[in-house]
Design a protein around this ligand. Structure first.
Ligand SMILES: Nc1ncnc2c1ncn2[C@@H]1O[C@H](COP(=O)(O)OP(=O)(O)OP(=O)(O)O)[C@@H](O)[C@H]1O
Ligand SMILES: [Mg+2]
Length: 330
C-alpha cells in the first residue's frame, strides 16, 4: 500500500508560487528524504502533508485515503521539528504522554508506550527531568519519543538535527536510521544536508525552486543524475564542472567529474596549480586551479603535495558527465 501520495500539488503565497506540480509516492515502510537548498519549498510541502497548510491545488492521500482537507489530528501522522518545541513545565514523561492523554488513551497503554520509546531512545534515566535539565541531543530525542508513542502511520521530520553539533548530529542520524529499522513505519524527512539525505534515505526527492528535479535511491542519483543541479548537490566535496573544450571534449558542453574520479597523471590532459591542500588524515583534498576554474581532487590517504606545485590531471574513464548549456544531462 502507498503510505503517502501527493498528486499535482501546487502552493502559492499571494502571487508567489512556491510548489509546482509535485507528484510523489511514499511506499509503506519507506524512508523518503526531501532535500534541496534553503527556500526551495521543503517545509511548506511537509506542512501540507501534515495538514498545517492547505495546497492551492492537488491532493494528499495517506494510506489510500484522501486527506487534503482533513485536520492534522485526523491524519495519523506525527511530526518532529527542528526546534524541539517541548513543554518546559512538563518533565520528559509529561511531554511524551501529553498527546496520548489528549487522545484519552488508557494509563497502562501510555506507560507501556513511554517505556518502549524511552528504551529505544536511551531516555530511561531521564523520564523525570525537565527540558531545561537536558542537553540539546536529549531534548531532540524526547521530541522524537513524543512522536513514537503516538504510533503514527507516517513520521514527518523537518530538519530534526540542525540544532545539534557535528558529532551529535552523526550519532542522532544513526539513531534515526536504527529507529526506522525497528519501527518500519514510513518516514518523510526534510533536510538541506546532502549527507543526511544520502545516509538515511531509501528514496531521495531533490527539490529546487518548488520543482522536483529528480527522485531516486541515493546511488541512482549519485551515479546517474538527470541534470547539473542534482549532480552538484549530492556528494561532498561536490562534483567539479569545467568547459569540455578545456580538455578537447567538444564545445558548448560542461564536463562534470567527481573529486574522487580525478587522478594525478603526468600524461593527463589538464595542467593545474595546487592552491590549497587539506589533510584530513584518511583523505587528502587538493584544491587546484586551471585558468578561471577551481577543481577539487580527493585522494585516498596522506600525500605530501606542496602548495603552488604544478601537476597534471586525468580522470577515470566512464566516470565523466556531460551537461548542456541549460544544465540538462547529455
Ligand atoms: N506563510 C508564508 N507566506 C509567504 N511566503 C512563504 C510562507 N511560508 C513560506 N514562504 C516562502 O515559500 C518559500 C519556501 O519556503 P520553505 O519554508 O518551504 O523553504 P525550505 O525549503 O523549507 O527552506 P529552509 O531550508 O530554509 O528551511 C520561501 O521562499 C518562503 O519565503
Ligand atoms: Mg524549512
Amino acid at each position: 500500500m502507498t503510505a503517502l501520495s501527493l498528486k499535482g500539488v501546487n502552493k502559492s503565497f499571494g502571487a508567489v508560487q512556491v510548489l509546482k506540480d509535485i507528484n510523489i509516492d511514499v511506499e509503506e515502510g519507506e524512508f523518503v528524504v526531501f532535500v534541496g537548498p534553503s527556500g526551495c519549498g521543503k517545509s511548506t510541502l511537509l506542512r501540507i502533508i501534515a495538514g498545517l497548510e492547505g495546497p492551492s491545488s492537488g491532493t494528499v492521500s495517506i494510506d489510500g485515503t484522501e486527506v487534503t482537507r482533513a485536520a492534522p489530528s485526523k491524519r495519523g501522522i506525527a511530526m518532529v521539528f527542528q526546534s524541539y518545541a517541548l513543554y518546559p513545565h512538563l518533565n520528559v514523561r509529561g511531554n511524551m504522554s501529553l498527546a496520548l492523554k489528549q487522545e484519552k488513551q488508557k494509563k497502562e497503554i501510555i506507560e507501556q508506550r513511554i517505556s518502549k520509546a524511552a528504551r529505544m531512545l536511551n531516555l530511561e534515566s531521564y523520564l523525570d527531568r525537565y527540558p531545561s535539565e537536558l542537553s540539546g541531543g536529549q531534548r531532540q530525542r524526547v521530541a522524537i519519543g513524543r512522536a513514537i508513542v503516538r504510533e503514527p502511520k507516517l513520521f514527518l521530520f523537518d530538519e530534526p538535527l540542525s540544532n545539534l553539533d557535528a558529532a551529535l548530529r552523526m550519532n542522532t542520524r544513526i539513531e534515526i536510521a536504527n529507529l526506522h529499522k525497528q519501527l518500519s513505519t514510513s518516514m518523510v524527512y526534510v533536510t538541506h544536508d546532502q549527507t543526511e539525505a544520502m545516509t538515511l534515505a531509501d528514496k531521495i526527492v531533490v527539490l529546487k525552486d518548488g520543482l522536483v528535479e529528480q527522485i531516486g535511491s541515493p546511488m541512482e542519483l549519485y551515479n546517474d543524475p538527470c541534470n547539473q543541479f542534482v549532480a552538484g548537490f549530492l556528494g561532498a566535496p561536490s562534483m567539479n564542472f569545467l568547459p569540455a573544450s578545456m580538455i578537447n571534449e567538444g564545445d558548448n558542453r560542461t564536463l562534470g567529474v567527481r573529486p574522487e574520479d580525478l587522478i594525478i597523471d603526468d600524461q593527463g590532459p589538464l595542467s593545474v596549480t595546487v592552491e590549497h591542500v587539506e589533510q584530513l588524515g584518511g583523505d587528502t583534498n587538493l584544491i587546484v586551479r586551471s585558468d578561471d576554474h577551481q577543481l577539487t581532487i580527493r585522494l585516498f590517504g596522506q600525500h605530501n603535495i606542496k602548495e603552488n606545485a604544478q601537476i597534471r590531471l586525468n580522470y577515470l574513464s566512464g566516470k565523466t558527465f556531460y551537461f548542456d548549456a541549460d544544465g540538462s544531462r547529455v
